[in-house]
Design a protein around this ligand. Structure first.
Ligand SMILES: Nc1nc2c(ncn2[C@@H]2O[C@H](COP(=O)(O)OP(=O)(O)OP(=O)(O)O)[C@@H](O)[C@H]2O)c(=O)[nH]1
Ligand SMILES: [Mg+2]
Length: 190
């Protein structure tokens, strides 16, 4: 299965027509969204990975197998201005109102757990009735006990949230952990 890049867009209204079930990758800047797309597709050059937070400012879309993958711009980088934060909110809300997406995958850094800005994104999903699933990233950077504690804290929060899917997926793009679970969460047929 070869991923196909559908384009880079600045505004949700420009996105190509939905022809396949669409899954959105959402999360803080630098959390590992682009790396996860590369893990899932098995091609390390599908999505651009960088060390500079805030690098993926556009909405990048890919077609892979029987689904569409949308890499949304990362939020919450330290230098973000108020205008940028407002722009991000506007993009997310417009995206959610325009696209009949199957599920949002909300990526959370295993070393940090939920931060207030992640909870804001979850509230946007809950309000719009968008199903979302938590994917914990960079699990190679912490120990087993610490990871278990992060996942417990995540479960405690999502149980209160109407649109959250209870299963939490643990991944490491660098160690190639969790690929099968993410593919299954996206309904990608192998
Ligand atoms: N150790 C480790 N590093 C990772 C993992 N996933 C991503 N990284 C690193 O984290 C940094 C950011 O990864 P990206 O995939 O570009 O993150 P992003 O969420 O797409 O970032 P933006 O596009 O800026 O929003 C890069 O240096 C990656 O190599 C992982 O599972 N383990
Ligand atoms: Mg990125």
């Amino acid at each position: 299965m070869i991923p196909k890049f559908l384009g880079s867009f600045t505004c949700p209204s420009q996105l190509p027509k939905t022809t396949l079930p669409e899954f959105a990758l959402v999360g803080r800047s630098n959390v590992g969204k682009s790396s996860l797309i590369n893990l899932v597709t098995g091609f390390s050059k599908t999505a651009k990975v960088s060390n500079t937070p805030g690098r993926t400012r556009a909405i990048n879309m890919f077609e892979f197998g029987n689904v569409m993958l949308t890499d949304l711009p990362g939020y919450g980088f330290a230098q973000a201005s108020k205008t940028e934060v407002r722009d991000w909110d506007r993009i997310l809300n417009s995206y959610l109102s325009l696209r009949p997406i199957q599920k949002a995958l909300l990526l959370i850094d295993s070393r940090r757990g939920f931060m207030p800005i992640d909870l804001d994104a979850m509230t946007a999903f809950d309000r719009s009735g968008t199903a979302y699933q938590i994917i914990v990233t960079k699990t190679d950077k912490i120990g087993k006990a610490e990871l278990a504690a992060t996942i417990d804290a995540i479960r405690e929060e999502i149980i209160k949230r109407p649109a959250a899917i209870p299963e939490v997926i643990a991944t490491s793009s660098s160690k190639k952990i969790g690929r099968g679970e993410v593919l299954a969460a996206m309904g990608i047929l192998k």
